[in-house]
Ligand binder design. Structure first.
Ligand code: ZN
Length: 692
């Protein structure tokens, strides 16, 4: 599945691995079952044999981790996120299943048909590769590498998922009121450039080539031809990987901001006819655009000259096959799973089709399926309590800024101004999107995904030069996640996460503040992390800290870079070296976790005071302050395959659950106080880090 949104959002968790865990074999037909109830506070998860001051995560989650192995069709299993995601998907599946059999409205008919077409593997198997024949035929007609640009444009115009680079419209980082064209690197199949470049992944690259060879063979090529094609693809992708900017570098907004005139941009890649591409995708006229990664386009130009036209055909043919695998016969789906699921992620069984199709329908028609879902699962009272919680957190963050020991008054004033300009979006959009122009056919799965790709691209490209729609959402209502957008300066909480165990109207405030409270604080702190702090309240990339404060800010964030960079993501194993976290890649998320924990705790204190309660009041043997930290930790109880842990260490800006918990509590004195730890114990270090 493609990336729906071009703009960069700072999420609470990485997007679901569903997109990379394609499916098929005996597990594909597994039927949905009602998910178990999720406890908001789970005493039975706690491992009392562990000292909370030595390893709090193990204390809060140890028994849960032992008793909840990863299901065979998952690569990561998290107590709160996975269970709630399963529940939301199951409820959504029920709606889709009904709509696919007995639709009552035009929109139910549309999403019911979308879902039904995805579920119809019998028809998909029968159709063979017929659905992608037009694209393959166009590709085989390429005569000269100089015709690559118009061909890529034509494929895009026809809804092909092939993406040699990303192109779309987004807010200008330095003038957020403007929506401009933007172009940047893409075009790889493996999870990160490192998979192409580091020695430790040599064995995976070998398996990747074997996988491509089998996919080409399934598509009808001779084994010799297929092997040659696979080698050509790896060569082009490796060159693209070398020319790609690392994820860590891309965290710096200045490094992804280069305004070019169209003419100057074309000079970066004179042999790649971008105007032919732009007219292919039918974007309106523009004179300038943001080129996020200029070097990448220089490399594309060199490759169009150096690589034979047959290699480019193989590259486009490969991307057509791999990106369409879910709409191809079972042999393709099985083969796709064997590499992207098993080898890369350690998943044992394919993702059941019902779950895949529910997620795909949600992604394609989210604000249509979401309307019914919200009516059933997000009562107005929940929205009202959420408004109160957000207000409490905003008050805490304002108080936190006022008392920051390291920041000058001028910078504090600027920070408070930015905070006051936050916009809060809770639950679901005020205004729903209209999908009526999207044609959906009940018997044509790939046709639907192609038309959806075109529909979404047109929706995005139509924003060019228009005013920004501040009410727009970047996530669908049933999503278990949240985000902050630095260009919009808004925090967004879909109805999907405003559910137990994150947000439970029937539990004490301590647990709710440890759950959804920290989530809200996390998103707010993103406005002030290593990236967010570079944007002002209007969403413009502009320094508002004094030079001296920025220096102190960096000293403080460097403390977190060192702290988290020392944590292990995966142990040394066979011929794999130990994998540590990348402290710079995860800096923004870690800062948000630390800030979120602190301001949620402060908000809990004032909420309890308002209610005439105290932080020492006990329930089930734990004081409110202990329940706050336990509630926070239990959000992150999880098991993960080693392959997935390694992949995420390179690609995911979020730290794994263990370090989200231990990394944050060890920086916060109130944790040590709550559990009676003494200075110097692992969870109560002498020199802890603090940014916000
Ligand atoms: Zn985040």
């Amino acid at each position: 599945m493609k990336l729906k949104h071009f703009a960069l959002f700072l999420l609470l968790v990485a997007a679901s691995v569903m997109a990379q865990a394609p499916a098929a074999s005996q597990g594909e037909n597994q039927q949905p079952a009602p998910p178990p109830a999720i406890k908001s506070f789970d005493l039975s998860a706690i491992d009392k044999s562990v000292d909370p001051c030595t390893d709090f995560y193990q204390y809060a989650c140890g028994n849960w981790i032992r008793n909840n192995p990863i299901p065979s069709d998952q690569v990561r299993w998290a107590r709160s996120f996975s269970l709630l995601q399963e529940r939301n998907r199951y409820l959504l599946w029920q709606n889709l299943d009904v709509a696919s059999k007995d639709p009552r409205t035009a929109s139910q008919k549309q999403y019911g048909d979308y879902f039904a077409a995805c579920m119809n593997t019998g028809l998909i198997d029968k159709n063979g590769v017929q659905a992608i024949q037009p694209a393959l035929k166009e590709i085989s007609g390429l005569k000269d590498a100089r015709d690559l640009a118009p061909l890529v444009g034509e494929l895009a115009a026809a809804g092909s998922p092939v993406q040699l680079f990303r192109f779309g419209v987004q807010q200008d980082q330095k003038d957020s009121s403007r929506q401009i064209a933007s172009i940047g690197q893409a075009g790889l199949s493996l999870p990160d450039r490192d998979y192409y470049l580091l020695d430790r992944f040599a064995a995976i690259r070998k398996q990747y080539v074997e996988h491509m060879t089998r996919m080409f063979t399934l598509a009808g090529d001779t084994p010799e031809q297929a092997a040659k094609e696979a080698d050509a693809v790896l060569k082009i992708e490796t060159a693209l990987a070398k020319a790609s900017t690392s994820r860590t570098e891309l965290r710096d907004p200045e490094k992804r901001y280069h305004i070019y005139t169209v003419a100057d941009f074309q000079k970066l890649a004179p042999d790649f006819n971008f105007s032919a591409y732009f007219s292919g995708v039918k974007v309106g006229h523009f004179d300038t655009l943001n080129v996020a990664t200029p070097d990448f386009f220089k490399a594309i130009n060199e490759l169009t000259a150096s690589e034979p036209v047959d290699s480019w055909k193989s590259y486009l043919r490969w991307h057509t096959l791999t990106e369409s695998a879910q709409g191809l016969p079972k042999a393709f789906r099985d083969e796709d799973f064997s590499f992207f699921g098993k080898v890369l992620a350690g998943q044992k069984e394919p993702t059941p089709r019902w779950r895949l199709c529910t997620a795909m329908t949600d992604q394609a028609l989210g604000e249509s399926v979401g309307q019914d879902w919200v009516k059933q699962n997000f009562p107005p009272a929940a929205k009202a309590s959420m408004d109160q919680l957000v207000a409490a957190l905003e008050k805490s963050l304002a108080a936190d800024i006022k008392t920051l020991p390291w920041m000058s008054d001028d910078t504090k004033k600027a920070a408070e101004e930015k905070l006051a300009m936050f916009r809060n979006k809770i639950g679901y959009p005020e205004k729903w999107r209209d999908y009526s122009a999207l044609k959906v056919e009940r018997d044509n799965f790939l046709g639907n995904t192609e038309r959806n790709t075109i529909f979404e691209r047109n929706y995005n490209l139509n924003k060019l030069g228009k005013p920004v729609d501040e009410k727009e959402w970047g996530m669908t209502p049933p999503t278990v996640n949240a985000y902050y957008s630095s260009s919009m300066n808004d925090i967004n909480f879909p109805a999907g996460i405003l559910q137990p165990p994150f947000f439970d109207p029937n539990i004490d405030p301590a647990v709710n503040f440890g759950g959804i409270g920290v989530v809200i604080g996390h998103e707010m702190t993103h406005g002030f992390d290593d990236q967010g702090s570079k944007f002002d309240g209007k969403g413009n990339l502009r320094e508002w800290q004094t030079a001296d404060d920025r220096k102190k800010f960096v000293e403080r964030t460097d403390c977190e870079v060192d702290e988290y960079g020392g944590f292990e993501a995966a142990p040394a194993h066979d011929d794999m070296p130990q994998q540590k976290l990348n402290g710079k890649l995860t800096l923004g998320e870690n800062t948000a976790d630390n800030g979120g924990l602190r301001i949620a705790y402060m908000a809990l204190l004032s909420t309890l005071a308002d209610q005439g309660k105290t932080i020492e009041d006990k329930i089930d043997g734990y004081s409110a302050k202990q329940r706050f930290f336990l509630g926070f930790a239990q959000v992150w109880c999880e098991n993960q395959t080693e392959q997935s842990s390694r992949q995420r260490a390179l690609t995911d800006p979020h730290s794994p659950g263990r370090w989200r918990v231990n990394g944050s509590v060890q920086n916060f004195d109130e944790f040590g106080n709550a559990f009676g730890c003494t200075k110097g114990q692992p969870m109560y270090p002498v020199n802890s880090c603090r940014v916000w």
